[in-house]
Design a protein around this ligand. Structure first.
Ligand SMILES: *[C@@H]1O[C@H](CO)[C@@H](O)[C@H](O)[C@H]1NC(C)=O
Ligand SMILES: *[C@@H]1O[C@H](CO)[C@@H](O)[C@H](O)[C@H]1NC(C)=O
Length: 350
């Protein structure tokens, strides 16, 4: 169990000793659409709604060097044109069964404050754990252009996955790490964490399930150094993590934990175990490798990395490729009405 208190202790230690390593930075929301160039390339729209951050090369299909194609990014690190995305959170009103999107809000604390970050998520690239780099013993290889991976799966309905977790926020206290939706009302939102696998086969940019070119040696929660990679996946890559704070308190007056079952879900009508995340590498040139070779990069970057103000990052946008209404109350989750009509049509024909 790791609480926010320990994260604060590490942050305080960092402020007096900057030998710590790894990157942590905010990315504002780039777009909210039914697109998924990793799991459903070419699908316009994809099956369920995602919250997407990062570079403006984002599209239904993404091949080749993303960092070369993009011209802006919603991330604080100006050379990071990667895309990071997760299923969107929804609230289903227990009284009338209608759905409402739950917005992400910037993860706190951010060094220097939110600085104009809008929604989005916080990204980490760690070399060892939150407090050291150990680069002498363990070189870290940055991902190559075209690389992508996912963690978790919307089709999983009950098995907890190490590194995919929830916390019930009360003030700045993030609370106990759990593997499913928190039970009661969370007065400051629901915090979700997605840790990706740290070992790569060194050959494939992707694999049919978007995961088997990677191997996870981490079995515990929190920011721990990954145990040694196996011979099948010998290349140690940065440990990538996303953190998101979802603004659930705006719905707290609409449900009663004593009577109603959990009203929060993922955009595929998903259970807690179905939480997942997608990563599309897109750093420009060798900018990520340079950062991973250093031990002074932490929290807000380092000399080698260009940063931009979040007010500038927030101006980066992409086209609305799907054009569907996602705000306000709705009888269906995005995509669910069409899927239901298709099913009725099939059954009618049969
Ligand atoms: C998106 O992809 C399509 C098909 O590959 C391409 O024609 C289009 O230019 C791309 N749009 C953007 C904004 O990248
Ligand atoms: C369902 O309840 C919400 C919250 O009270 C309300 O805003 C919304 O209009 C209701 N929808 C319908 C279809 O009654």
């Amino acid at each position: 169990m790791k609480t926010f208190t320990s994260a604060l202790a590490i942050l305080a230690a960092f402020l007096v000793d900057n030998s710590y390593a790894g990157l942590r930075f905010p990315c504002s929301t780039l777009t909210t659409q039914r697109l998924d160039p990793a799991a459903q390339p070419g699908a316009l729209p994809s099956a369920h709604l995602h919250m997407i951050v990062g570079g403006n090369a984002f599209n239904a299909t993404m091949l080749g060097d993303v960092g070369e194609r993009a011209t802006c990014t919603t991330c604080q690190m100006a050379d990071d044109f990667s895309n990071y995305w997760v299923a969107h959170m929804y609230f289903k009103d227990p009284k009338n069964g209608t759905y409402h999107i739950v917005k992400p809000k910037p993860v706190q604390p951010l060094l220097g404050g939110s600085n104009g970050a809008q929604g989005g998520l916080t990204v980490y690239y760690t070399q060892f754990d939150l407090s050291k780099d150990n680069l002498a013993k363990q070189p870290i290889k940055a991902f190559p252009p075209g690389f992508r991976m996912t963690v978790g799966s919307p089709t999983v309905t009950n098995k907890p996955h190490a590194g995919l977790s929830y916390q019930c926020m009360a003030g700045q206290n993030r609370g106990t790490i759990v593997s499913d939706w928190p039970k009661g009302k969370c007065t400051n939102g629901i915090f979700t964490t997605h840790h990706f696998a740290p070992c790569w086969d060194g050959k494939n940019l992707d694999s049919p399930d978007h995961q088997s070119h990677m191997y996870n040696t981490v079995t515990s929660e929190g920011f721990t150094n990954a145990p040694t990679c196996p011979a099948s996946h010998p290349v140690r890559v940065p440990q990538v993590t996303f953190e998101i704070e979802w603004d659930t308190p705006v719905f707290n007056s609409l449900w009663d934990p004593a009577k109603d079952k959990n009203p929060f879900m993922w955009s595929f009508e998903g259970t807690g175990a179905g939480t997942h995340a997608d990563y599309m590498f897109g750093w420009k040139g060798d900018a990520l490798q340079k950062a991973m070779d250093k031990s002074e990069c932490f929290y807000d970057g380092c000399g080698a990395i260009k940063k931009q103000a979040m007010s500038v990052a927030g101006q980066c946008t992409v086209k609305n490729f799907v054009n569907e209404k996602i705000d306000g109350w709705s009888k269906y989750l995005p995509g669910a009405e069409a899927a239901m009509k298709a099913k009725v049509k099939r059954e009618f024909k049969a």
